[in-house]
Design a protein around this ligand. Structure first.
Ligand code: GLA
Length: 729
């Protein structure tokens, strides 16, 4: 609910459990007055206090009133060059070379339904589900207008934000920074949690108390990156899964981003999130506008679990689009780890046949299917089926797969080109590369300049021919290097600061074209695993390959970190062969199965090479996944332990929304002799229900399972799995 008091300049956004408030003061400076637990209302600007602080200057209109300074006030969209020395939300360069932005409130608008952002991913909601508030700000000297957009999703406690900057004057201006959100707190006793790592070790939570100064994470790689996820949490020092105030913030964007928090000299703090200002400069000619990507906020007043549940709900209901919004995802078999580049049609059919007999639903042909692609040194860009490996092309292969009862899907990497390819020989200037410099290779490949429409049009045409040649129902859209040498032959020198963002807009545009022309196609995102795992990509690709690391024990950590923002239905997770390719570790088929089952499930191995006993396990695994699909994909996810603590086990649970059913999973860590008897305290159950365990004789009340716990059997082995299915009587 949005409540506007025009006379007082007071704007209050209520969601089911939270309230967010802003006020335009008598100088029309837009102040942030409150974000936290839902309150009845009232004007919270009494919390903003004024006093003379040394070296905090005063705007001219306050005269010699030294108590009023932008440096000490909580701002809704921070300015620059006019006395607030904390992180700015905007950096404007005017024609005269000045770098000042002084924004004042001029008006507002409220609309039913959620705003959308042209060409950018965004949460969506109809008139019943969401409302929009637009606040208008203006720098009168620069003649630049800023519209602040707020999307309010009451049920999910979700507030989205974006800004649109318009040059209303007669001279060009240059935008050097424009954040999607700015969030000021009049306190600094907060912890910052970021999700960091690298290739094959994505999204490990790092938690630190705020210290004076700026702490930031971000990416300048052209993708949101394996190294830092564009999702951060600010929370009370003592917040945990079940207790404390927590604020989660996610960039709905897949390119360069920055999330920075500043703890000020006066114990206030500010979070800003937006496009990374590195190499960003957007000229605005008179009349032109720039729209920032969206950022999404969830506040939980009772710990991290609630924040997670609200993000999961919002992503499932308001970000994943039809037909995959709510639709079941197929159990897949992917040939990559089994064959890499070395396969032919019969090998693929044999892998598919075995998988079909065990219950798989979709066969995915990975990298290596196109001409001149026997290694990662060549071929990218020439999207034509290799007739040596696949005689008769997809027209011959796909019916053979379909005859086994499997759907067919395939890998592509549209944004890339190999130097050893016809495409590169024909169009060397289509790759990003600065004039007069040798190219920097990544995985021996170059990046196509997706800021250019003719490049995207060409890639679309060739891929369309492949996709239209057979019954293809799924693509894995990969992206296997970071962007370097970022310079576009399609733009003049003074517009090169647009290239990173235009590249991302180009990727979104092409994804949208595929969605429009192949509405039923399921697209799985991938960037060497989880290098572009963000809410921006999820708008186009309802699931994303979580990590190239398929080791079940490492995956416990990767999926744990990923779960803070992203639901199970978005996390590609597969059972692969042992010893594991990344770690050399051997764990049982059961263990690999229950870990992968907490995502969009599949296998990435040649199942012909498993033993008869393992095959039986696989059949049961797939049956179980199908039976518990709704519970896993739509239930509330509870982290019962933290796998980074190296405790005796890692445990997690999926609990149905009505609390009548739960699937509790556990994998032991490194065990030691003479282990104690252990009990597992379960979360999220209804205390008044009685739950039957695994359809057997055992029945326990919900409050007993949550408070006293379930007595675990003696688990003695390393990496041993254990699963409990609870059903209310
Ligand atoms: C990336 C992906 C893998 C696989 C290979 C193929 O690394 O993450 O899953 O598709 O590319 O080259």
């Amino acid at each position: 609910m949005i409540v506007c008091d025009k006379k007082e300049g007071l704007f209050t956004l209520h969601t089911r459990n939270t309230t967010y408030q802003m006020k335009a003061d008598s100088y029309r400076v837009l102040l942030h007055t409150y974000y936290g637990a839902r309150i009845v209302g009232g004007d919270l600007s009494y919390l903003v206090r004024y006093t003379d602080r040394g070296f905090s200057p005063n705007p001219s209109e306050v005269g010699h009133n030294r108590d009023y300074s932008l440096d000490t006030l909580p701002q809704e969209y921070s300015t620059c060059g006019v006395g607030d020395f904390r992180i700015p939300s905007i950096d404007l360069e005017l024609e005269d070379g000045s770098r000042i932005a002084d924004l004042r409130y001029t008006g507002f608008e409220v609309k039913k339904g959620k705003y959308s952002l042209e060409g950018l991913p965004a949460f969506f909601g109809d008139e019943e589900q969401a409302e929009t508030l637009v606040l208008f700000l203006e720098d009168t000297a620069a003649q630049v207008g800023v519209e602040l957009y707020y999307g309010v999703f009451e049920q999910c406690d979700l507030i989205t934000r974006a800004a649109r900057i318009t040059n209303r004057g007669g001279h060009p201006v240059r935008l050097r920074r424009a954040t999607s959100l700015c969030l000021d707190f009049q306190r600094a006793d907060l912890d910052l949690i970021t999700f960091d790592g690298g290739h094959v070790i994505e999204r490990c939570p790092t938690r630190t108390p705020l210290r004076q100064g700026v702490q930031s994470v971000g990416s300048v790689r052209g993708t949101s990156s394996h190294q830092h996820n564009p999702f951060v949490v600010l929370c009370d020092h003592d917040a945990n899964e079940d207790y404390g105030l927590c604020y989660g913030a996610a960039m709905v964007y897949s390119g360069n981003f920055e999330a920075a928090v500043e703890r000020s000299q006066f114990e206030s703090s500010r979070l800003v999130m937006g496009i990374n200002p590195y190499h960003f400069c957007w000229p605005l000619n008179p009349g032109e506008s720039f729209t920032t990507p969206e950022a999404a906020l969830v506040c939980s007043t009772c710990g991290l679990a609630r924040m997670t549940h609200q993000f999961h709900r919002a992503i499932r209901e308001h970000l994943i689009r039809d037909p995959y919004h709510g639709a079941r995802r197929p159990v897949l078999i992917n040939n990559w780890e089994a064959t890499e580049f070395h396969f032919d049609a019969d090998m693929l059919v044999s892998i598919a046949k075995e998988a079909a007999s065990l219950g798989a639903e979709l066969f995915v042909m990975d990298d290596g299917w196109f001409t001149n692609r026997d290694s990662d040194l060549s071929g990218l860009g020439d999207w034509v089926v290799d007739q040596n490996k696949l005689p008769g092309g997809l027209e011959a292969l796909v019916p053979r797969i379909n005859d086994l009862g499997l759907r067919f899907g395939m890998w592509i990497e549209p944004e890339m080109v190999s130097e050893d390819s016809q495409l590169y020989r024909d169009h060397p200037d289509w790759a990003l590369r600065a004039p007069g410099r040798a190219q920097t290779r990544g995985r021996s490949q170059l990046v196509l300049d997706f800021s250019r429409k003719e490049v995207r049009d060409h890639i679309y045409q060739v891929l369309k021919e492949v996709l239209s040649s057979a019954n293809v129902t799924y693509i894995k859209w990969d992206m296997n290097r970071s962007l370097s040498d970022v310079w576009s032959a399609g733009l003049p020198a003074n517009r090169q600061g647009e290239v990173f963002h235009r590249y991302m807009l180009g990727v979104y545009e092409l994804l949208e074209r595929f969605r429009r022309d192949y509405p039923d196609l399921l697209i799985e995102g991938c960037s060497g695993g989880g290098g572009r795992f963000d809410t921006g990509m999820l708008y186009y690709t309802p699931q994303i390959w979580c990590s190239d690391n398929t080791d079940a024990i490492d995956r416990l950590r990767i999926q744990y970190g990923t779960s803070f923002c992203y639901p199970a239905s978005t996390m590609g997770a597969h059972v692969s062969a042992v010893p594991n390719g990344q770690t050399g570790r051997c764990v049982s088929m059961e263990t690999r199965g229950i870990v992968a089952m907490s995502g969009t499930f599949g296998y990435e191995m040649d199942l012909n090479e498993t033993t008869p006993e393992e095959k039986e396990i696989i059949v049961r695994q797939i049956e179980k996944y199908k039976a518990y699909y709704d519970l896993i994909q739509r239930g509330d996810y509870y982290r019962l332990t933290d796998p980074f603590e190296d405790g005796p086990y890692t445990a997690w649970a999926h609990v149905s929304e009505d609390r009548r059913e739960a699937l509790v999973s556990l994998v032991t860590g490194t065990m030691h002799a003479a282990p104690p008897f252990r009990v597992l305290r379960i979360k999220g159950l209804d205390p008044s229900f009685c739950y039957r365990v695994n359809d057997g004789e055992e029945v326990y009340p919900g409050d007993v399972l949550m408070q006293a716990g379930y007595p675990l059997p003696m688990l003695k082995d390393d990496y041993q799995p254990f699963q409990l299915h609870l059903k209310a009587e």
